[in-house]
Design a protein around this ligand. Sequence first.
Ligand SMILES: [Zn+2]
Length: 139
Amino acid sequence: MLSWNWFRHPSGRSLEELNCIKDEIAAYEFSHNGKDEWKWSLHGSGHFHTSVLTELITMRLSSEAATTSTLRNNFLPQKVEIFVWQVLKNRLSVRTELEKRGIDLDSTRCPICENHIGTLDHTLLHCSFALEIWGRVHC
Ligand SMILES: [Zn+2]
């Protein structure tokens, strides 16, 4: 028997996904020797390691760079390149993008100023916090 302890009770799409997971768990036949385990399918060892994930992301970015025209700058830290890549591909996890992906949110308003919808443009260019940062960069 599983017990669930929620910070916030799931609703909407999250509740549907939870019910799917519960159905899969209920249908799963656990081994009787007590050796059931989670396996990460993206690596042959079955174990999750952030270093392997970093390697996979780097390989993905490299292959994408080879097939598409991508701006690469060897002087920038890789995390900055990944951030820029996310911005260019519109994959930054701003409120409106999270909502499009079906993530249940209390609000799509900007979590910083709460005055506007949390779009990518607002978050990076128009939010009062972003404007303050841009002002400091341009000094
Ligand atoms: Zn804002």
